[in-house]
Design a protein around this ligand. Structure first.
Ligand code: GAR
Length: 204
């Protein structure tokens, strides 16, 4: 199994989905490390309860030097023997130091159908734009925010009466399917399950 790290900033529900997939014997990744920039991230406790090594590397002492924070992250990733990094609700912009160091080996999940709605508040903006299909994207991380090559997308309908919260919940259910599927395709494309023919909403 390929050793991966998961970087979080908050509740860690996408991390939880990856933990559950990695627990399956036939899944090609194992979680070597969970890191958070936020010492109070509830996801850190979720990871520890699952028996994982989970640490906070607080960004605040590095406020004047983003790259120094990333050098600390990078050192922890390398010390743990990590080969791939999954950003899962990691809410810090990265500098070219980290995106270059992990080019092709760092994935992110974003709650919109990129290239639509890069950045924050994606569900509010989708509703304001009156799109009828919304969703989530897993992509490789590059220097530009939410700009890297797309690995997979899952779509959901926008329903009459949706609020940002109801739409976010519908997208999140798909995020939890998409992220493990996309990572499987990256690490072991030959053993990754094909999306169902009838499942037009999931494309990896
Ligand atoms: C997820 O919806 C993820 O797509 C989003 O933050 C949430 C984290 O939830 N990420 C971004 O907006 C990145 N720009 P989680 O902590 O429960 O996985």
């Amino acid at each position: 199994k390929t050793p991966i790290a998961i970087l979080i900033s908050g509740r860690g529900s996408n991390m939880r989905a990856l933990i559950d997939s990695c627990a399956r014997p036939d899944y090609p990744a194992r979680i070597a490390l969970v890191l958070s920039n936020n010492p109070d991230a509830p996801g850190l406790e979720v990871a520890r309860a699952a028996g994982l090594e989970a640490h906070a590397i607080d960004h605040r002492p590095y406020r004047r030097d983003r790259e120094a924070h990333e050098r600390a992250l990078d050192a922890a990733l390398r010390a743990a023997g990590v080969e791939y990094v999954c950003l899962a609700g990691y809410m810090r912009l990265l500098t070219p130091f980290l995106t270059t160091a992990w080019a092709g080996r760092m994935l992110n999940i974003h709650p919109s159908l990129l290239p639509a709605f890069a950045g924050l508040h994606t569900h509010e903006r989708a509703l304001e734009s009156r799109v009828r299909i919304h969703g989530c994207t897993v992509h490789l991380v590059t220097e530009g925010m939410d700009e890297g090559p797309i690995l997979g997308q899952a779509a959901v309908p926008v329903l009459a009466g949706d609020t940002p919260d109801t739409l976010a919940a519908r997208v999140l259910r798909q995020e939890h399917r998409l992220y493990p599927a996309a990572l499987h395709h990256v690490l072991a494309p030959r053993t990754a399950p094909e999306p169902h023919e009838t499942d037009c909403l999931l494309s990896v």
